[in-house]
Write a protein that binds this ligand. Structure first.
Ligand code: NAP
Ligand code: F7E
Length: 330
């Protein structure tokens, strides 16, 4: 019989890439969606898998809905990708961020403990948990956490709850501590997609400027399609554990901007970029660079997509999408 997996956050960026990988491996994939007045399946459709997923309705803030899903499907694996994942918004909506990202994970783990304790559980942890902290310029599994936002704090809670269920109840529960990963279906608010979309609009004459916040912060950016392979590998190990997933390279937002403009042949990028304090954060994470040695050795995982390819994949995808819009508008 084929294995089954429940993917929460199926409509986001990572959900469709992971679901595609699991389908290719022969899994029955259940995708959890919360109620929308107008559901948007565009990310799933982008990867051409809409008809292959069985959707189940549930909300991370509604424990009964999670229990009901777990009791109905008893999945072999659960990948918990659902989150209020936008750091910038987490100061304005700290409570809902905590309810979804922290307490929601407690509810899901509790549902599994009572109704399907042998299910393997993956928690989408994040480099934002490190915040200001580093070890010789890198973050490794042993680097202490110093989160800088309500988002980062909510994820630290979920990280430790995942470890605690493993240690208390002997459950197979693993944390993937993923550094920033991007793609053409990245949410438009995140800086890489905002830049790719903005640069494509400027190139096509659809916009005159690109408004950004802090250009100096540095991130370890990889490609989402590569990172879901590490998520899957984590749940195939003999024992549960926690792993960093990162490229080990870091680049500033400024470098991303320059590279994106270069992709469309624009070198005088400063003419178009305006610094807007609305996009600066009350507390910044200045630099992230992950040390993913454990993932290399144990999971046999390595990133395949370079920074330059990532920028070009994203800008080209937005150019294509916007040209189609222009064409259909006549
Ligand atoms: P994303 O695009 O923001 O997707 C998050 C998904 O969670 C959305 O589909 C959203 O549903 C769903 N969701 C939000 N609140 C929910 C609730 N109350 N109940 C049920 N579903 C809910 O995030 P992503 O980039 O794919 O990231 C996936 C996970 O990895 C997240 O947990 C994120 O925090 C974590 N992470 C991401 C990165 C990264 O660089 N991408 C790095 C480290 C960790 P709607 O469509 O209904 O809004
Ligand atoms: O910001 C700076 C901003 O919003 C990156 C999430 O997936 O990765 C993501 O969190 C940097 C920050 O991602 C703008 O200040 C400048 O320094 O793209 P971002 P993030 O905050 O790193 C982690 C790993 C996650 O777990 C999260 O879920 O870019 N920046 N100007 C800007 N950022 C945004 N969004 N918009 C700007 O205009």
């Amino acid at each position: 019989m084929s294995k089954s997996a429940l993917v929460t956050g199926i409509m986001g960026q990572d959900g469709p890439y992971l679901a595609k990988l699991l389908l290719e491996k022969g899994y029955k994939v259940y995708g959890m969606i919360r109620r929308h007045s107008t559901p948007d399946y565009s990310n799933i459709e982008y990867l051409g898998i809409h008809n292959e997923i069985e959707y189940v309705e549930g909300d991370m803030t509604d424990e009964a809905s999670l229990i009901s899903i777990i009791k109905n499907i008893y999945p072999n694996e659960v990948y918990n990708l659902a989150a209020q994942s936008f750091v910038g918004n987490s100061w304005d909506q700290a409570k809902v961020t905590t309810e979804i990202n922290a307490l929601g994970v407690l509810s899901l783990l509790t549902a599994l403990k009572f109704f399907s304790p042998s299910t393997r559980f993956y928690q989408a942890s994040t480099s934002e948990m490190y915040g200001l902290s580093h070890t010789d310029g890198f973050q490794g599994e042993d680097t202490p956490f110093h989160p800088r936002s309500p988002y980062g704090i909510s994820k630290v809670y979920a990280y430790w709850m995942t470890v605690n269920f493993r240690e208390s109840y002997n459950m197979y529960a693993s944390n993937g501590i993923l550094f920033n990963h991007e793609s053409p279906i990245r949410g438009i608010q995140f800086v890489t997609r905002k830049i790719a979309d903005g640069v494509a609009r400027i190139k096509l004459g659809m916009a005159k400027e690109l408004r950004l916040g802090n250009l100096e912060s540095k991130r370890d950016w990889g490609f989402a399609g590569d990172y879901v392979e590490a998520m899957y590998a984590m749940l195939q190990q003999e024992k549960p554990d926690d792993y960093i997933v990162a490229t080990g390279q870091t680049h500033s937002v400024r470098e991303f901007v320059i590279e994106a403009f270069k992709t469309v042949g624009i070198t005088d990028w400063e003419k178009y970029v305006k610094i807007d304090p609305r996009f600066k954060r009350p507390a910044e994470v200045p630099a992230l660079r992950g040390r993913a040695d454990k993932a290399h050795t144990v999971l046999k995982w390595k990133p395949k997509t370079s920074f330059i390819s990532l920028v070009s994949i994203m800008v080209e995808a937005d150019l294509k999408r916007l040209k189609n819009i222009q064409k259909s508008n006549g």
